[in-house]
Ligand binder design. Structure first.
Ligand SMILES: Cc1cc2nc3c(=O)[nH]c(=O)nc-3n(C[C@H](O)[C@H](O)[C@H](O)COP(=O)(O)OP(=O)(O)OC[C@H]3O[C@@H](n4cnc5c(N)ncnc54)[C@H](O)[C@@H]3O)c2cc1C
Length: 466
């Protein structure tokens, strides 16, 4: 057994691979599948106990996917449809998924099919580097600290944990240092959705929308009924007039802060592929940066408080929820934004809004700016117009301070507003796919620097996502 020595401690080297993927969220899964399929030795370390990250463990089980994305995300959605005998993908760009099925399918795609070595319960805690090159990462899990050597590293931890441990430069938040506010997602089971839709039709005044949050997602009750019958995304939002009415009728039911929260945010929930349950996206944690463990703990505690208050209201007063139960909350916080590692290029909102195309394009995307205000009170969501898209350049997945480190998924190099546009699940998966494909190509070409890529050859391999 070979060892590395860190602070006088001998740590065993348990694997030596071509490509190391940090974090097994959608970006990490995309990276591992792409690298593994390309035939290079790949290792993925995930601190939790399932693949998918936010999409599965944080219960953000609805994939936004552009019409031009025919990459690994589309493949996953086709598999889910085939297994469920459903046709959800036809409803892109918003596709509800079953998070449990996705976890299971990703296990297969990453391990059995792509042949990557996967370690769950493995947190990246450090790196060994020389100058601009990382040689090993240190993971910590059931076996204690272990080292893994690799030629290329892809940080898909969302928070940029590998790059941060390596000392890479990064940015956090907006001009005041705050990130888009996070959400603790939760699901409610045993909901009579048809009853809700009928009530909404019968009492249009009580269910009229007051907020313009998610105005792009406004769907009429009749259309929601049709969508549910036809395996499509259904979205219910606002409910402010109902909340105001119930607070008036039952002044002691909610505490003052619960009332304030409910009136501020209203309710936002959507359908899921399996059975009579809904996914709720109503909680918001204000003034969150995303780079501090105490802040994260406090956010989860506050999020759970909001979940239980919201559920209490829904069960008591929203038609169709009378016999419902709280199924689960995300086993991780739904973090929209935290560290953004600085790359050779910082992708900007100007690039998004001007639908910029790049010579070194690796992925295209269609998302407009979607900033969840730092105070958690409002959402700005722009649409770019049907058929419009922009490119993301290869340089924005290269960590500027290193020669063998990619950053893929929501920690890629972007400014605050640009990240808000380009962090949807299928897109993060595509960034991972691009980084995994690039790493494999470099290995095969015998190159030692991410900047020595043959970009045209890479773009040919990435045609399905550009
Ligand atoms: C509330 C909310 C609503 C959203 N709505 C939508 C939507 O409707 N549609 C859509 O497409 N997208 C949506 N998004 C965006 C999307 O879900 C995320 O941007 C995307 O899933 C991020 O994927 P990722 O792989 O980059 O990061 P993550 O999902 O954060 O994955 C990172 C992974 O790395 C692991 N990890 C972290 N640190 C370490 C470490 N030190 N060692 C080992 N492993 C580590 C984590 O456990 C995790 O599994 C939403 C996000 C949120 C939070």
């Amino acid at each position: 057994m070979e060892y590395v020595t860190v602070q006088n401690k001998k740590i065993p080297i348990v694997a030596d691979v071509d490509v190391f993927v940090a974090g097994g969220g959608c970006a990490g899964s995309g990276a591992a599948i792409a690298a593994g399929r390309a035939g290079v030795k790949t290792f993925v370390a995930e601190r939790l106990f399932a693949l998918g990250g936010t999409m599965t463990s944080a219960l953000m089980s609805k994939i936004a996917i552009s019409f031009s994305n025919h990459g690994i995300a589309e493949e996953l959605l086709k598999r889910l449809d085939a297994f469920q005998h459903s046709d959800f993908l036809a409803g892109r760009h918003e596709v509800p998924i079953d998070p449990e099925l996705a976890k299971w399918m990703l296990d297969d795609m990453v391990v059995s099919e792509a042949g990557a070595e996967l370690r769950f319960g493995a947190t990246i805690t450090g790196v060994i580097k020389e100058g601009r090159n990382i040689s090993h990462v240190i993971i910590d899990g059931l076996n204690g600290p272990e080292a893994i050597g690799a030629k290329y590293f892809i940080d898909c931890t969302g928070d940029g944990q590998l790059a941060f441990n390596a000392g890479a430069s990064f940015l956090v938040g907006n001009e005041q240092g705050y990130s888009s506010s996070p959400t603790l997602m939760f699901r409610i089971g045993n909901v009579d959705i048809e009853k809700l839709i009928s009530e909404m039709e019968a009492h249009a005044d009580v269910y009229a929308s007051e907020q313009d949050t998610y105005s792009n997602h406004k769907i009429s009750p009749a259309q929601n009924r049709k969508n549910i019958a036809n395996d499509k995304y259904a979205h219910f939002a606002d409910f402010i007039p109902l909340i105001r009415q119930k607070i008036k009728e039952h002044p002691d039911f909610l505490t003052p802060w619960e009332s304030e929260m409910m009136l501020q945010r209203g309710l936002i929930f959507m359908n899921q592929p399996q059975g009579p349950h809904v996914l709720v996206n109503s909680t918001r944690i204000p003034y969150f940066r995303g780079d501090n463990g105490k802040e994260l703990t406090d956010a989860l505690i506050a999020g759970r408080k909001q979940v239980h208050a919201t559920f209490k209201f829904m069960r008591a007063f929203v038609p169709g929820f009378e016999k419902s139960f709280l199924m689960d909350t995300g086993s991780m916080l739904g973090i929209r934004e935290s560290r953004r590692i600085t790359g050779d290029y910082i992708f900007t909102d100007d690039d998004v809004n001007n639908l910029r195309k790049f010579d070194d394009a690796i992925v295209s995307n269609f998302g407009g700016i979607e900033i969840h205000s730092a105070d958690g009170k409002s959402t700005r969501h722009d649409e770019l117009g049907s058929g419009n898209y922009y490119h993301v350049p290869y340089r924005s997945i290269i960590a500027k301070d290193f020669d063998n480190l990619y950053i893929a998924g929501r920690c890629f190099s972007a400014n605050h507003a640009a990240l808000s546009a380009s962090r949807n699940i299928a897109y993060c998966m595509a960034l991972g796919q691009a980084a995994g494909t690039a790493g494999a190509q470099l290995i095969k070409a015998g190159k030692q620097n991410v900047r020595d890529i043959d970009i045209r050859a890479l773009q040919q391999k990435l045609a399905s996502i550009i």
